[in-house]
Each structure stands twice: as C-alpha cells, then as structure tokens.
Design a protein around this ligand. Sequence first.
Ligand code: NAD
Ligand code: MG
Length: 398
Amino acid sequence: MKNLAVLGATGSIGDSTLSVCRHNPDLYNVQFLYAAKNVDKMLSLCMEFQPAYVALSDEGSSQQLQTLLQQNNLHSQVLPENEVLTLLASVEIDSVMAAIVGAAGLKTTLAAVYAGKEIFLANKESLVMSGALFIDAVKKYGATLWPVDSEHNAIFQSMSASLQKDIGACDLNGEGVSKILLTGSGGPFLNTPLSEFEFITPEAAIKHPNWSMGPKISIDSATMMNKGLEYIEARWLFNTNKEQLQVIIHPQSVIHSMVQYQDGSVISQMGNADMRIPIAHVMGGERRIKSGAKPFNFFASDNFTFFEPDYDRYPCLNLAIQACYQGQHATTTLNAANEVAVQAFLDKRIKFTEIAVVVEQVLNQLNTQTASTIAELLHIDKEAREHTIQVINRGLIC
Ligand code: NAD
Ligand code: MG
C-alpha cells in the first residue's frame, strides 16, 4: 500500500484520481489532500478518505476547514502552506499526483522531484516552465516520472520498455521510432467560421465536445494552446527533435496519440475520453488495474478522421511550437502570458481572438533573457505576468 498525496484534489484530475482510488482501495492510502480554497469539497473528501494531512493554499479557507473538521470530529491535520513542501519530501509520502493547475503547481511538483518520489505528472505547465531543469532534476534525484496527460500517457504506453525506462532521455532513433504523433480534437470551434471567432464567449469556449476538464485547460483546448503546451511537454518527456514530433487533429478523441516506427508500424493507445484511464495506468504501475471507465464500443463510434492543424484557426498552437525551439525563456514566457490572458478572457476583459495576440506581443517584447536556474525562470515568469497585465490594462493589443 502506497501513501498518496493528491495536489489539486478538488479539481477535475483530483476527482478522477480519487475515483481510481475508490476502485482500488488496497493499492493507495490517501495520505495528503491539497487544493486552493474549496472548503466544502475538501471537507467532504476528508469525511470519505480521512487523510492524515490536508491543506488549502488560501489562508482564510484553511482556517474555515480547520473549524469544520473539528465540528465534524474529523482528525485530518490541517497543514499551513509553508509545511506542504516538507511533508511532500518526507517518508510519509510515496507517490504524488501533481494536478494543481498552472504555474502554481511548479513548487510542489519540484519538491516531489527533489525528494525522489514517484510522480504522476498532470501539471504540464510545470514542465513547460522548467523543461531541461525539471528533467535533469528527475535524473539527479532518482524520481520516477509517469505521464498522466492522456496524449503523453498514450505515447508512453505505445513505447518499448527500454524507452519507458528512459523517460526524459529517450533514444528514439536508436529504438526505431520515426515519429511521435500527438493527437488533438481541435476543440469546440473546429468547424466554426473564422469570422465568428471574435464573438466566442467563455461559456461557449469552456464546453469541450469530448472531455470534461477544469476551466483553464478547457480554454487552452479551444485555442489549441493546450496542444502547444503538450507539444513542449512531449519534447521534454520523450527527448524529440523537430522532425520527430507532429500534431494531428483527430476530432473523435478515441486515439489518444501514436508512435510511428521506422518499419512502418504505428502503435496507438485508444479508449473513451476519460482521464481515469491514463490515471489508472500510472497508478497501477506494472500492472493493469480498474479505472471505472466504460469499455470503448467500436460499433457505436463515429468514423475516425485525421487532418493537419490550420494555424489561422489555432495561432496559439503555432506560437507554442515556435517558442519550443526558441529556448526555455520563451516557453516560460508563453506559459505565463497565456495564463494571464486566459484569465482575462474568462473575466470578459479580452476577446477570444486576443488571447493569441496578447501572448504573441509579450513573446516578441520579452524574448531576450536566458535562464539556467529555477530562480531565474521564476523571475521570467513574474516579469512576463506583469508585462501581460500591462498589455491588457493599457489596451495595447493591436
Ligand atoms: P481544475 O481547475 O479542475 O483543478 C485545479 C486544482 O488545483 C484545484 O483543486 C485547485 O484548488 C488547485 N489549485 C489551484 N491553485 C492552487 C494553489 N496555488 N495551491 C494549491 N492548489 C491549487 O484543473 P484540472 O482540469 O484538474 O487540471 C489540473 C492540471 O492537470 C492542469 O495542469 C491541466 O493542464 C492538467 N491536465 C488536466 C486534464 C483534465 O482532463 N482535466 C487532462 C490533462 C492534464
Ligand atoms: Mg492532454
């Protein structure tokens, strides 16, 4: 039985993770639950899972939770935020589900890496932000990294055991891989006329046709920035070069990505669009476990279709791919600018089409710095956020 920490426990991946725990009560002991401020949901999770430790990053919410736990005679210890990293590094935690959304997930994910833990990586933004430094730390501290993102998990499942063991440093050519094919549905606006894009509302953008996810990743899926972040994530996880990584639109979201080999074989992982499938894969480790997901029904499915992405429709995807080859400062800046722009769109302060315009402006204006430490990356992240806010506030979008 492994002791599990769920970071981002009240979110969409948190829900799916805890659902897999319910299906496998003998495999994981839910030891620590961490989230931002959803007190009611955390209370009900504490009632059900009785974790030894719990924390909310918002101080007021943390105090409320403490009171409610006492009133309900529950014994989970509420940790102050500054003790979270120490707990993650301690012997009380074996495995960490890193599922906080955005750059906010970097600190805790890295703490788990530095402590050599088993990490189930959902928080793609932490890898986009810190790339080579993250991968080097995984090697140096002997952490075990399992990709949770459905595409990366599919790629991982479609690889040989020797490539799987070498995550972060895969010798794709040596193992006969010619290409990694990263699939994406194209989101809710795949067939919307481009002339209507500037009128897209947050409510419409959040409704993904195939997946149920948190608000930020849902908007990223609509702009396909999500696929761009995943492109960068794949570049680091699987050590690809430009010729070895390609994005393919597959609107049905049944094939979750593919690996093409030099002999012409293509191996894919398929299934329903249910994050419990990749989560159960990583939590099962060497063996297959129950996920609670429905088996895929081939006779009730649409035809599978595939085509190349149109960058006029998805400028964010293009920006991310370009940033991937510009260097670490560019992907850190891209991630920060995107997070601020997506929030501004959700708050109805900018239009859907302005997300890409804002990100591009920030990238063009801030792309000269270098970064070789996490502290320098955090500085770039901070500057990029401040600059993005200025661009939005001053209405500098042109
Ligand atoms: P979500 O918005 O549903 O949940 C986010 C969680 O993070 C919540 O529990 C929230 O309380 C917590 N959180 C936010 N800021 C925090 C902070 N400062 N400190 C502690 N906790 C904080 O998001 P989600 O859809 O579950 O996505 C989580 C991560 O997983 C993202 O990085 C996303 O890209 C990735 N991911 C999600 C999916 C999916 O299907 N939802 C698929 C692949 C990857
Ligand atoms: Mg994904």
